[in-house]
Write a protein of this length. Sequence first.
Length: 255
Amino acid sequence: MQTRRILVAPLDWGLGHASRCVPLIRRFLQEGHTVTLAGTGASGDLLRLHFPALRFLELPGYAIRYPSHSGLVPYLGLQIPGLLRSIRNEHDWLEQLLKQESFDQIISDNRYGLWHPAIASVILTHQLYLPLPTSMQWAKGLVQRRLHSWLNRFGEIWVPDHPGRENLSGGLSHPAPGNLRVEYIGPLSRFSTVSLQQVQQKTLDVVAVLSGPDLDALGLKAVLIPTPGQTEQEYLAEHFRMKGWEVLSQSELSK
């Protein structure tokens, strides 16, 4: 197998994007490839914790902020111009980087600006469809077209989920749109080598995890606490409620 120089860059929105990149990076290193990491903030710290010997490049994030009060949707809506600017800036960052060095492949986890027409560019995402609140259903077609135009800039779209009906992301990733080059690569978890029997042998009252695929790998269910107004989390909470999982609201926790 020919070795490749691979750039891996997860989104900095939470830690789930970085954590699901960990098994991919391990696989690349086992295959003898040279991996360079890029990111920022807590997600970047997570990658450096797992791979202290790898080169790490500081790549500014999207800096999405949550309000401390209700009204999440309009609050996030005000940040859309900044989000679009961040996507343009990360593409410019990549262009400048490629003037100094070269890569054979780019793995972008939900960073829509990290693609290049001359390099094998892969986007890792479970968002082929974006759920919108009732008040924004009028914009659904526009939002989906914009999302798919971003995704189509990449040569490949890797969805970290199962392809069939028994999947983790439900309607966020299924069915695959006919206009996208989608490959379902299966859930990605840092705990893929840990068996449920090993977990059961430990005396634990609570197991806290950062991403859904970790639960899938461990064969465990969870109590889900979606962020109010975060439509993706609310959709997934309802998706798993239908599978028998328990869902609590943040207000219920404070009682």
